[in-house]
Design a protein around this ligand. Structure first.
Ligand SMILES: Cc1ncc(C[n+]2csc(CCOP(=O)(O)OP(=O)(O)O)c2C)c(N)n1
Ligand code: SF4
Ligand SMILES: [Mg+2]
Length: 285
């Protein structure tokens, strides 16, 4: 079992002071402690962006992937070894722009992984350009006259893609976010958690105060997360009131369940013990 101290790494943290990423990092570490997991059971995969540094700051196995490809990498890890807990950390540009196609397919296949999206509605690492979740009219280096199209709605999209766990959190409410991460990791199947993560340096619009004025907790208003219809209604709420919490949750068979011969078996074991790859290598030479 890991403690908070065990999860610390010696890497110097380079996030801007006040960045919402700090809240996600601490909430995630607290969730791992609450889940009572050993460090070697957990594999993190991240994309490129400020969020991508998560793998540097949590002392478990980590793979810093390429921009937009968190989900193919995380899927590969899960399918290769079902004994691992796989958590992907993506940015909004990473997942909802460059990696958008992977998002729908990983959800509909119900791959047994958790995806946490650091949704700051801006490209942080590249110093402030608009993303797919930027608000209309948001002026950035790439949108000097304001972002033109309406932002896409990842929560509604996950719901209509047959998502089995769809939730939204806020990095400024660590206790609530920790609880959501615990439930997401415990979920058997694809757990999608979009997290509002203010970028205090490049997003002057969606600030901590902006979120605090608008967000409310679904569980405090008796939301029934077993109804996809009700979840869809909630997913469309945007404006003066924006819901956070679990919108929808359902137990359903996972992609791996469709392959009974490898259920619960690590492919690494099958490959090393039963397959002679030498003839294949010779053919390729
Ligand atoms: C294939 C590829 N395309 C583009 C880039 C340039 N790039 C680096 S980080 C980044 C996006 C960062 O935005 P986001 O995913 O929202 O992460 P944040 O920095 O906001 O956490 C981009 C486009 C890249 N590194 N690789
Ligand atoms: S640029 Fe924005 S997202 Fe990146 S570390 Fe700074 S505040 Fe955080
Ligand atoms: Mg971003």
């Amino acid at each position: 079992m890991a403690t908070l101290a065990d999860l610390k790494t010696p890497k110097r943290n380079t996030w801007c002071p006040g960045c919402g990423n700090f809240g996600i990092l601490m909430a995630f570490k607290k969730a791992l402690v609450q889940l009572d997991l050993d460090r070697d059971q957990v594999v993190l995969v991240s994309g490129i962006g400020c969020h991508g540094k998560m793998v540097n700051y949590v002392n478990v196995n980590g793979f810093h992937g390429i921009h937009g490809r968190v989900l193919p990498l995380a899927t590969g890890v899960e399918l290769a070894n079902p004994n691992l807990i796989v958590v992907g950390f993506a940015g909004d540009a990473d997942c909802y722009d460059e990696g958008w196609g992977h998002f729908s397919h990983a959800i509909r296949k119900n791959i047994n992984i958790t995806l946490i999206v650091h949704n700051n509605m801006v490209l942080g690492l590249t110093t402030g350009q608009a993303t797919a979740t930027s608000q209309r009219g948001f002026k950035t280096k790439s949108t000097p006259f304001g972002s033109i199209p309406p932002p896409l709605n990842p929560i509604a999209h996950a719901l209509v893609s047959n998502g089995t766990f769809v939730a939204r959190g806020y990095s400024g409410d660590m206790t609530h976010l920790t609880g959501l991460i615990v439930e997401a990791v415990k979920h058997r199947g694809f757990a999608f958690l979009d997290v509002f993560q203010p970028c205090v340096t490049f997003n002057y619009l969606n600030t901590h105060n902006w979120f605090k004025e608008k967000i409310y907790k679904l569980e405090e208003e008796g939301h029934d997360y077993t109804s996809r219809q009700k979840a869809l209604e909630k997913s469309l709420e945007w404006g003066d009131r924006i819901p956070i919490g679990i919108l929808y949750r359902e137990d359903k068979s996972t992609y791996r369940d469709g392959f009974p011969h490898v259920r619960g078996v690590s492919l690494t074991k099958i490959l090393t013990e039963d397959v002679d790859i030498n003839p294949l290598l010779e053919r390729m030479m």
